[in-house]
Ligand binder design. Structure first.
Ligand code: NDP
Ligand code: 2IT
Length: 445
């Protein structure tokens, strides 16, 4: 590790010990951008690095609610308002028992650079709770969401901070959160994205992250005169991002052979076709069941407790959670002939796994570039809300494709190393420069 990066990481770790995911996310960015900072004394004088790792505001609050048995439950709510240099704080809410300050700070930090790459005016934020929606009734989820919003509402707004979904937060939760916000504020505004199209949501928002990750993979493949058509892909997760990754792969003639959840992986060598995908969507979004039921129904293998990375593929789409691809998984992927990794999830690859991809010179699209389609269409939802109109599917999809192309171009511009494109470097530098220059313009605030 270069000296300057080491010194800065020592500073971050001393200030916030016990936040390993946050340190990991900061390291990845700082390792890419240090040469830019060293060449630009203006960033050093303005202490841009020291300021950019310090959230503008961190909110933590009690979320009490009553379950169906009449018992009082207490969860913890968070919102990290990381950076508003280029627009209102924007980013999802995660409901998962593992949620803590370190995880949300890493996600908020990533979001700052991701949102900068989208070309849209959005700052970075993230929030959520250690609430576990698994096994809860709709009624319990509603009461939890209402209590969560009873505190969050005073900190957010269509021009201040605009939350959306992430793990454990989909259309159902956004509906309950929006209903409570509207009741408390007595105003109907675009304060959340991922709303249903009937009441202000954008078409293609549910599809956008998965579609975008596939569009990004397609852009990467084009740089080597290849395409996804006829290729085999592995996908992890079986939630929102994974489902629409499969759908767009099918559109482009790419066969997907795996899906997973925290209990294991299904391996379907014949490929997940549209009928099987419809089964997965019903299973996961309506029945809220486990992916093993796919293996039971279609008579394929269930790899209990395993991730998909030992399955041979040309392209991998990690779409579940952080650090789900470790160094051994990455070696296995490369050994089995994988030529492209496009991350639907946030920070799914460990730093050591990323080194494996870069050394093997495979195409590696990191999350903040490859999964930016979701927040991009959230940005388009904000635009439509401001205009009080809604665009067609075709219009939104066309804009999404244009944005994914623009993100890819920025990565090429800043990440070219001879004939190789280092997307890590490209995305981090491009994302950073816009935010850093905006911070300079706005003075020491
Ligand atoms: P969902 O809640 O819809 O699905 C999450 C999926 O990942 C489930 O299959 C879940 O399995 C699995 N998963 C979650 N946590 C773990 C874990 N600790 N170990 C193993 N599997 C796990 O979430 P999304 O699809 O929305 O999000 C997936 C990823 O994509 C996240 O990293 C998120 O941050 C990222 N992302 C999401 C965007 C969006 O628009 N929704 C935008 C950009 C990125 P199980 O049911 O067993 O928990
Ligand atoms: O990680 C992400 O980009 C998201 N969860 C989506 C954020 C958003 O505001 O749509």
């Amino acid at each position: 590790m270069p000296d300057k990066v080491q010194t800065f990481m020592d500073y971050v770790k001393a200030k916030d010990p016990g936040q390993p995911e946050f340190h990991q996310a900061v390291f990845e960015v700082v390792n890419s951008i240090m040469p830019v900072v060293e060449k630009n004394p203006k960033y050093q004088r303005a202490k841009i690095l020291e300021r950019i790792v310090e959230p503008e505001r961190v909110l933590m609050f009690r979320v009490p609610w009553v379950n169906d048995k009449g018992e009082v439950q207490v969860n913890r709510g968070f919102r990290i308002e990381m950076n508003s240099a280029i627009g209102p704080y924007k980013g999802g809410l995660r409901f998962h028992p593992s949620v803590n300050l370190s995880i949300l700070k890493f996600l908020a930090f990533e979001q700052v650079f991701k949102n900068s790459l989208t070309t849209l005016p959005m700052g970075g934020g993230k929030g959520g709770s250690d609430f576990d929606p698994k096994g809860k009734s709709d009624n319990e989820v509603m009461h939890f969401c209402q209590s969560f919003m009873n505190e969050l509402f005073r900190h957010i707004g269509a021009n201040t901070d605009v939350p959306a979904g992430d793990i454990g937060v989909g259309g159902r939760e956004i509906g309950f959160l929006f209903g409570q916000y509207k009741k408390l504020r007595n105003e109907f505004t675009g304060v959340l994205t991922g709303k249903a199209p009937k009441w202000g949501g954008s078409l293609i928002r549910p599809e956008a992250t998965g579609y975008g990750a596939v569009y990004f993979a397609d852009e990467m493949m084009k740089t080597r005169k290849q395409s996804l058509n006829g290729k085999t892909a592995t996908v992890s997760g079986s939630g929102n991002v994974a489902q629409y990754t499969v759908e767009k792969c099918l559109d482009l003639g790419c066969k997907v052979v795996t899906l997973s959840d925290s209990a294991g992986t299904i391996y379907d060598p014949k490929g997940i076709d549209r009928e099987k995908l419809a089964f997965v969507m019903e299973l996961k979004n309506v029945k809220r069941g486990r992916i093993k039921e796919y293996a039971d129904k279609y008579g394929c293998q269930f790899l209990a407790g395993k991730r998909p990375w030992a399955v041979k593929c040309d392209v991998a789409f990690p779409s579940a959670t952080q650090n789900e691809v470790d160094v051994n998984d990455a070696k296995e992927l490369v050994k089995n002939g994988c030529i492209c990794v496009s991350e639907g999830a946030n920070m799914p690859s460990t730093p050591e796994a990323i080194e494996v991809y870069l050394n093997a010179k495979i195409m590696y699209g990191l999350g903040k570039a490859a999964n930016a389609g979701g927040v991009s269409v959230s940005g388009l939802e904000m635009s439509q809300n401001s205009l009080h109109l809604s665009w067609t599917r075709e219009e939104v999809d066309k804009r999404l494709q244009g944005i994914m192309k623009a993100i890819h171009e920025q990565c090429v511009e800043h990440g070219k190393e001879g004939s190789f494109i280092n997307y890590v470097k490209g995305a981090n530098i491009a994302g950073f420069i816009k935010v850093a220059d905006s911070m300079l313009d706005q003075g020491v605030v």
